[in-house]
Each structure stands twice: as C-alpha cells, then as structure tokens.
Design a protein around this ligand. Structure first.
Ligand code: KG4
Ligand code: ZN
Length: 354
C-alpha cells in the first residue's frame, strides 16, 4: 500500500509518499521559518497564507517519483489536528478535494500519532536499524507538546504524563528569544551548548521528583528572564555556558522521566520523537542513560524528528490497513483534549490502555 501524506498543522507545508512498511518514496518539506523569524515565533495568519502558496507545488513534487502519480496511490492521509486552525484547514481541504477527485480513501491523522510512529520510517537505502517492538514508551517533545506515551499498537496509545505548562521546544524557543538568539531557538541553543559548561549556571530542575511523569518548563523561562534582567544578556563563553546549563536541565528532566516511565510500565524500549528529539544533547544522554538501565533507546534520524508528512502517511497507512477511513466531512481540531482526558487520573496514577 502506498499512501500520500499531507501535513500543514504549523509552519511546514509537507507532502510525502510512504509504503505501509515505512519505506519513504518521497518526502518534501517547505519550511516557513524565514517568514516567521522576524516575529520571533509563528504568526498564524502568515502560516495559513504560506500553506496556500506552497501546497500545490509541494504535493506535485511529492507525487513526481511515482509512475502513475496520484492514480497509483492507495489513499490520502492528512493531519487534522492538533495545530493552528487556519493552517490545518489548508491541508485538510486540499486533501479532501484530491481524494474526492481521484476516488481515493481519506484518513485524518493526529499529528502526535505521526511523531510517535516516525521511528518506523525507512529513509534511503538500508541497512535500517531494527524498529522497536510493541509495546514501547515514547517521549514526544516538540514546540507544542511534551508528553510520555505508552504505545501498544500503531493505533493504540495511552498518555502517561505531559507538561503542565510550556512544551520543551517552547522553552528552548523562549529562552533563545530572551538571549537574543533568533527563531527557532532549539537548534541555536543546541549549537552553543556544545561548547558550554553545563554545570556553570545553577537553574531549577522542573518537577524533579522521579515518580511524577508530569513536566513543567515555564519556571525555567522565568529563571532565565530574571537572570537577564539582573545581569544583561551574556556574550561569548558565558552565553555558551548559560545555553549548556539550560539545555542540561531540560535534557536531564526528559531523560529521567522517560526512563521512569519505562520502569513504571515494565517496558524496555524507549522511542524519541518531535523536534526536540533532534537535540544532540538529548539524543546522546538518552542512549547513554538507557544503556545503563537496560532500556534500548530508538532515536529516529533528524528528518523524522521535526515536522514532516512521511510520518503522517505512515500513521495513515496503519489506519487504512485496518479498513479505517474518514468521510469528506472530516474536521480539524486545534487541541488534543480528548486524548488527555481519561488517560491520566487526577491523583497522578495511570489509566492503563483498554
Ligand atoms: O516537532 P516540531 O518540528 O514542530 C512541532 O510540532 O512543534 O518541533 C519544533 C520544536 C521547536 O520548538 C524547535 O526549537 C525544537 O523543536 N527543536 C529543537 C532542536 N531542533 C528543533 N530543540 C532543541 N534542540 C534542537 N536541536
Ligand atoms: Zn510536530
């Protein structure tokens, strides 16, 4: 089965062709970073307009390698949430029109499911690392979400814990903004952190108690803001040291809680996903600490961590293979409230998947 995936939930217009075994036939991503950078964050209306400009060429480019083009695909998968409503609308309406016109089945994909399953994508010529067996624990750390999931099957996931406030990527972006580094902040902090001393600056370790699988990153942003107010924006080695210390606190928190989740679930495989999983410090520390605790850590290639449509096509193929499909009345949703509800009890204990 070959599925065309379309993604437009935030600031990347993307389309991809993927086989149901994860083989990526094409993967096109048109980034809007340049358009949003002057504002220090994503401007929703600019995002919607840029998606409108890019969607046709991006989908055409994704279909180009397939002899027969759209007629040869077995279905169309599109991100229908969570994300920016205007941005989602562009991808959804386009996917609906395409599927209707070509007489192909349509499935809506939750963007977060795409990130959770991106580890199964097989890019380029092998050899490919063996995919994780089910069940596994997944850390999803992106600009909009930071959460731990137990994944029992491609279509069966349970939320184990999530951030109470800012997402990890949001913390990177806000910290970078406070330090005058630019947008998006994650890769810039990552680069400076590589030459800094992670123990140079003491910062609060959010939700440090290991038993809780919840995160909180807004205090870190405040700590950096207070520091900058008091001492000004550091430069040179001091700037690198602050970035390294900030990144260290986020990485330690993510790794500790991910391994705590594996222990609580009795699961030996941890998967990283989302844009923050591109962070070099996180990738290295997770593998190192996982090995020390008997947990195999699966780290997808960078192109599979940040937003892309190949992960949407793969998650869509999993739904289509089960005979699932959506109608042309498919709607977008902006927040993933349904998933959070009922998965995590108010007393902090976990609801096991049914
Ligand atoms: O998954 P993603 O591409 O989009 C969302 O669904 O949000 O994640 C984007 C986030 C941004 O906050 C960006 O700063 C962060 O991922 N990010 C990184 C790195 N690369 C991207 N954070 C830390 N280190 C990186 N190398
Ligand atoms: Zn994402």
């Amino acid at each position: 089965m070959i599925v065309l995936g379309i993604e437009s939930s935030c600031d990347e217009t993307a389309a991809a062709l993927v086989r149901s075994d994860g083989t990526v036939l094409s993967d096109v991503v048109s980034s809007q970073v340049r358009l949003h950078a002057p504002y220090g964050g994503v401007v929703p209306e600019i995002a919607s307009r840029a998606h409108l400009d890019s969607i046709v060429p991006v989908v055409q480019q994704a279909l180009a390698p397939l002899p027969g083009g759209l007629a040869a695909v077995d279905g169309v998968a599109v991100t229908h949430g969570p994300g920016l409503s205007g941005a989602l609308l562009v991808g959804i309406q386009f996917a609906k029109a395409l599927a209707f016109d070509a007489g192909k089945p349509l499935v809506g994909v939750n963007h977060l499911d795409g990130h959770l399953l991106a580890v199964f994508l097989r890019r380029g010529d092998g050899p490919h690392p063996p995919p994780p067996p089910y069940p596994f624990v997944a850390l999803l750390a992106s600009g909009g979400h930071t959460a731990l999931y137990r994944v029992d099957e491609p279509t069966q996931t349970a939320l184990l814990g999530q951030t109470r406030d800012d997402a990890a990527g949001e913390a990177f972006d806000k910290c970078a903004k406070l330090l005058g580094l630019g947008y998006p902040g994650g890769p810039l902090v990552d680069k400076l952190a590589a030459t800094g001393d992670p123990s140079a600056v003491e910062l609060p370790m959010p939700m440090a108690q290991r038993s809780s699988l919840e995160f909180s990153f807004s205090g870190l942003k405040t700590a950096i803001a207070r520091r900058v107010e008091r001492d000004g924006v550091p430069t040179g080695q001091e700037l690198s040291d602050l970035c390294a210390s900030f990144q260290h606190v986020i990485v330690e928190t993510l790794v500790r809680k991910s391994l705590a989740a594996c222990a609580a679930e009795g699961v030996e495989h941890l998967v990283l996903g989302g844009g923050v999983a591109a962070n070099r410090g996180l990738r290295a520390r997770a593998v190192e600490q996982g090995a020390a605790r008997g947990v195999h850590v699966h780290v997808p290639p960078l192109a599979s961590c940040t937003d892309n449509a190949a992960m949407i096509a793969y998650a869509g193929a999993a739904r289509l293979s089960r005979g699932e499909r959506d109608g042309f009345d498919l709607q977008s949703f902006t927040r993933d409230k349904a998933r959070a509800r009922g998965r995590f009890r108010p007393d902090g204990t976990l609801n096991k998947p049914a």
